[in-house]
Design a protein around this ligand. Structure first.
Ligand SMILES: C[S@@+](CC[C@H](N)C(=O)[O-])C[C@H]1O[C@@H](n2cnc3c(N)ncnc32)[C@H](O)[C@@H]1O
Length: 205
């Protein structure tokens, strides 16, 4: 196991769902941006670094039928599966590192909340974007949520790279057009506030 997956498996083995700073009872901004990007419930959606997030529950409840969750922590995905119960069989669960994973199908929507910002090494970011570019279908959408430029410098004890829509556009490179950006003050379970930005891009057809 890599240092990265050891860190995250340990987090999910030792902390309950609402004991992590990124916990959201309702991933409302993500869901609203996904609906805006792709109202077609047959759209292929992947949540990168989805962890134990409740986004997958919300997507299934909303009628999306082709949902994948990728995370490098098997413990995280096991926690989500356990919570969801029988409906978990309708989800494609992928244990992989987003910087080395080899996508086997095309996705209409790529969502990432608070995983990309851990890539502080430019080589890792390049590797992640290569995977994204090979996985996102022409005309597909990319939603990346990170700590904003005025957000925290660390998450889960690890340093992060903060972003805005311009830095994300530069990371994505040519062929993607910014559609919208939303700022969000995320309230942690212990009621501190973290500045997030959510940017949505559309890949040219
Ligand atoms: C801060 S948590 C956010 C989880 C979830 N997206 C949410 O909003 O609740 C970051 C997640 O990214 C995962 N992660 C970190 N680096 C990753 C990588 N290189 N590849 C895949 N997953 C990664 C971690 O295991 C963890 O579940």
């Amino acid at each position: 196991m890599s240092d990265r997956s050891t860190h995250w498996d340990n987090v999910y083995a030792t902390k309950g769902e609402a004991e992590v700073s990124w916990f959201q009872n309702s991933p409302a901004t993500s869901l609203a941006m996904i609906r805006a990007a792709n109202p077609d419930r047959a759209a292929a959606i992947i949540d990168i670094g989805g962890g134990a997030s409740r986004l997958v529950d919300a997507l299934l409840l909303d009628g999306y039928r082709d949902v994948a969750v990728l995370d490098l922590s098997a413990n995280a995905l096991d926690a989500a599966k356990k919570r969801i119960g029988a409906a978990a069989s309708r989800v494609d669960w992928i244990v992989a590192d987003a910087t080395t994973w080899r996508p086997t199908k095309a996705y209409d929507l790529w969502h990432d909340r608070a995983a990309f910002h851990f890539l502080t090494d430019s080589g890792d970011r390049t590797a992640y974007i290569e995977r994204l570019r090979s996985a996102v279908a022409p005309g597909g959408h990319v939603i990346i949520a990170t700590f904003a430029l005025d957000g925290p410098e660390k998450c889960s004890g690890l340093p992060v790279q903060r972003h805005d829509s311009a830095s994300l556009a530069a990371e994505l490179g040519p062929g993607f057009e910014l559609v919208e950006t939303r700022n969000e003050a995320h309230h942690t379970p212990w009621n501190s506030t973290q500045a997030f930005q959510f940017s949505r891009f559309r890949r040219h057809s």
